[in-house]
Design a protein around this ligand. Structure first.
Ligand SMILES: [Zn+2]
Length: 144
């Protein structure tokens, strides 16, 4: 798939209300359909497919963005675990889900099975209300 019809490229049109941050190479947002409170997508701004499609500048900055967003989500949610998930199958455009795993998540929904909560735990309003705290925590964690 190319950039046409790409869900991750389409997020370039996402409003500020859905956004944790955006820099020249990376952005993090709440994604419709994955809007469980504490779930965010960290994505390359450019249509680069999978980890192997990233260029040197993207590779050099991905780890710090993932670290800082994970720290911010953990701080804002108090979750005992925060996952970094990347599959690259349904949406080839490189992205990672940063997912707070709350204490209430049962054992059979931990690890990759947490994505099964997508349908039952999506709550766009609660996800949006959590976002400012994540944004503030990210701004403290990340160099500007
Ligand atoms: Zn794309």
């Amino acid at each position: 798939m190319d950039a046409d019809g790409c869900l991750m490229c389409g997020l370039e049109d996402a409003g500020e209300a859905a956004r944790v941050f955006r820099d020249p190479l990376w952005a993090a947002e709440i994604v419709p359909g994955y809007d469980v409170p504490g779930w965010f997508v960290l994505r390359a701004r450019r249509h680069a497919e999978r980890l192997t499609g990233l260029n040197d500048a993207e590779l050099a900055t991905f780890a710090s963005r993932a670290r800082d967003l994970t720290a911010a989500v953990t701080e804002a949610t108090g979750a005992p675990a925060t996952y970094l998930l990347s599959f690259g199958e349904n949406h080839a455009h490189f992205h990672a889900l940063i997912v707070a795993r709350g204490a209430d998540v049962p054992p059979d929904r931990r690890g990759g099975d947490i994505l099964k909560l997508r349908e039952t735990h999506a709550d766009p309003g609660a996800a949006a209300r959590l976002l400012p705290a994540v944004r503030r925590a990210y701004e403290r964690c990340a160099p500007v």
